[in-house]
Design a protein around this ligand. Structure first.
Ligand code: HEM
Ligand SMILES: Cc1cc2nc3c(=O)[nH]c(=O)nc-3n(C[C@H](O)[C@H](O)[C@H](O)COP(=O)(O)O)c2cc1C
Length: 502
């Protein structure tokens, strides 16, 4: 068995070991391949990294990615102090009385109630990861504020006894005009993570767009969906992050095809990962805590200047360059080829009318307006504002239904969903609310869907609409938000396309 002192000797770029769950690993050769970058590994070189490793890696990551000969075996736990901190335990571990999920759910009357309950249940790293947003939180705030700037215009004295909320999304029937937006690492909230979401979506007949960065293999998630699928309502999409390495992207597309995912949703707003300070602060705090209690008393190692991870061509990646930063419209050619016509293709993260027009030109099936829940570009517009921009500058795109339009960001009420549909969206996604629901397991997911669908039906009755086809712009007053629209658009293409480096 190794000792903490032996591991601590390997703390440089030329020999880098880490301890995770009382086992040592040699990550020297993995440094430049590590998707989270070499710097973080070097920061923990020679030390226990469990506390930071656990919340951000799906189970089985080491077994999958690190060659067996790099698994160095157990480390004597008496020779170093494992880096767990009390605040990283889930509230359930700290307070065993918080375990009556049915009781907790019976006290939730809105998605906001569910969020407050989830905050009590989730571990601190999970809460911080789900809750955080970029920089000064401007885009996050826009998402919350803009729904309130649109008023409803209720029509009365219409027979609204029967309401039909069903729709066809990218060729598949769903019971409600909302879907579960892709969000990474549901496994932080519950050990069944994405499986809870897949079961819930299939049972309730809604859509689920599964993240590239799921806590479970994509085959297991689609199995959980199809085992619970009634055969008539519900659909499963695959969200694709285009990776720095083409081979990784091809593997993801292949997993989507094999798993029977019905649409490929390519995220296009993540050339770098946004600067999420709540997340970074928490990591820094836990890393400081773990260092003070761990074997080594040295301060964290600053990564050497030449430490930046590199892409397929050997170019250094941008800061937080976890996904491809060269992705451009030309790449759609090879992505389409790899997808082999297995279903429609959507672009997620579109934030301007110009890019919607380009997507139409490129023959894309759907645009998914989103600022990534305010986690990427700060001060980006809300998706509902982008929808108004399309209505003003390209009304034909909406009138002639040239492309399906999805959107997300800050949707917390049935009324928000109805507003988006009145303005021409096909359906809306919800990210955080569903991650919070997973903290309450399968029942939590069902409850979130139930709460939202009831609110949609109530809003439709109160404005006097009985089906999705009846929803129109005459039910909303958008004047306040329209005052904030740009006066004119930019050129469709700002500069000649750089040719793909992938
Ligand atoms: C020991 C072997 C390790 C392996 C095989 C490994 C593997 C991976 C993989 C596959 C990802 C990408 C996950 C995804 O798709 O998002 C990832 C991301 C990441 N890893 Fe590791 N990792 C290891 C150790 C560590 C350690 C010790 C730390 C920290 C001390 C760490 C920090 C991170 C971070 C910060 C990310 C990026 C998360 C994000 O922002 O999305 N990793 N790692
Ligand atoms: C914790 C978390 C993880 C996310 N992971 C992904 C992801 O893996 N892929 C992606 O395209 N979008 C991701 N998103 C963005 C969501 O798909 C969605 O755009 C956003 O959550 C919508 O805003 P909302 O949380 O206010 O509903 C993530 C969002 C959150 C909150």
């Amino acid at each position: 068995m190794l000792s903490g002192a032996e591991v601590a000797e390997h703390k440089t770029r030329s020999s880098c070991w880490v301890i995770i769950n009382s086992k040592a690993y040699n990550v020297t050769e993995y440094l430049d391949r590590h998707p989270g970058g070499a710097a973080i590994l070097l920061q923990y070189a020679g030390q226990d990294a469990t506390v930071i490793y656990e919340p951000i890696h799906p189970k089985g990551t080491i077994e999958r990615f690190l060659e067996p000969d790099k698994h160095l075996g157990p480390v004597d736990p008496t020779t170093y102090t494992p880096s767990t901190s009390p605040e990283d335990q889930s509230a359930q571990d700290r307070n065993p009385e918080i375990h009556d999920i049915p009781r907790l759910l019976s006290l939730c009357f809105s998605l906001d109630d569910m969020e407050r309950t989830a905050q009590k249940l989730l571990s601190r790293p999970a809460w911080v990861y789900y809750h955080s947003a970029a920089d000064a939180l401007g885009a996050l705030q826009n998402n919350a504020d803009d729904w309130r700037k649109i008023m409803l215009r209720p029509r009365v004295m219409r027979n609204v006894r029967r309401i039909d909320t069903s729709k066809t999304l990218l060729g598949y029937r769903v019971k409600y005009p909302f879907f579960i937006a892709p969000a990474a690492r549901a496994g932080l909230a519950d050990e069944d993570g994405e499986l809870c979401l897949a079961r819930g979506a299939a049972k309730m007949g809604v859509g689920y767009c599964v993240s590239s960065v799921a806590s479970f293999p994509h085959g297991d998630i689609s199995r959980a969906f199809y085992e619970n699928y009634g055969g008539s309502h519900g659909t499963l999409w695959f969200q694709l992050y285009v990776a720095n390495e083409k081979a990784v992207t091809m593997e993801r597309i292949e997993a989507a095809r094999r798993g029977g995912y019905k649409a490929l949703v390519i995220t296009v707003d993540s050339s770098v990962v946004g600067k999420r300070e709540e997340d970074e602060r928490h990591r820094a705090e836990t890393s400081a805590g773990s260092l003070s209690s761990s074997f080594s008393q040295e301060p964290p190692l600053s990564p050497p200047v030449d430490d930046a991870a590199r892409n397929d061509q050997g170019d250094p990646l941008p800061l937080r360059g976890v996904h491809s930063s060269t992705l451009n419209w030309d790449d759609l050619v090879w992505i389409r080829e790899a997808w082999q016509n297995s279903g429609p293709i959507a672009l997620k993260g579109i934030q301007t009318a110009e890019d919607v027009a380009l997507a139409v030109e490129y023959g894309i099936d759907a645009v998914y307006l989103s600022n990534h829940g305010g986690r990427q570009c700060d001060d980006a517009p809300s998706s509902i504002q982008t929808l108004l921009e399309i209505r003003r500058f390209y009304p034909r795109i909406i009138e002639d239904r040239k492309i399906e339009i999805y959107l997300d960001g800050g949707v917390r009420r049935g009324a928000d969903v109805v507003k988006a549909l009145c303005l021409g969206a096909n359906a809306v996604g919800l990210g955080r609310p569903f991650m919070y629901s997973v903290a309450m397991g399968n029942e939590g997911v069902l409850k979130a869907i139930q709460l939202l669908s009831e609110e949609i039906e109530t809003t439709m009755r109160l404005i006097g609409a009985t089906s999705m086809d009846e929803l129109s712009a005459s039910f909303v007053n958008t004047k306040r938000l329209e005052l904030e629209l740009v006066d004119s658009l930019g050129a469709l293409s700002l500069r000649p396309q750089i040719s793909s480096k992938l």
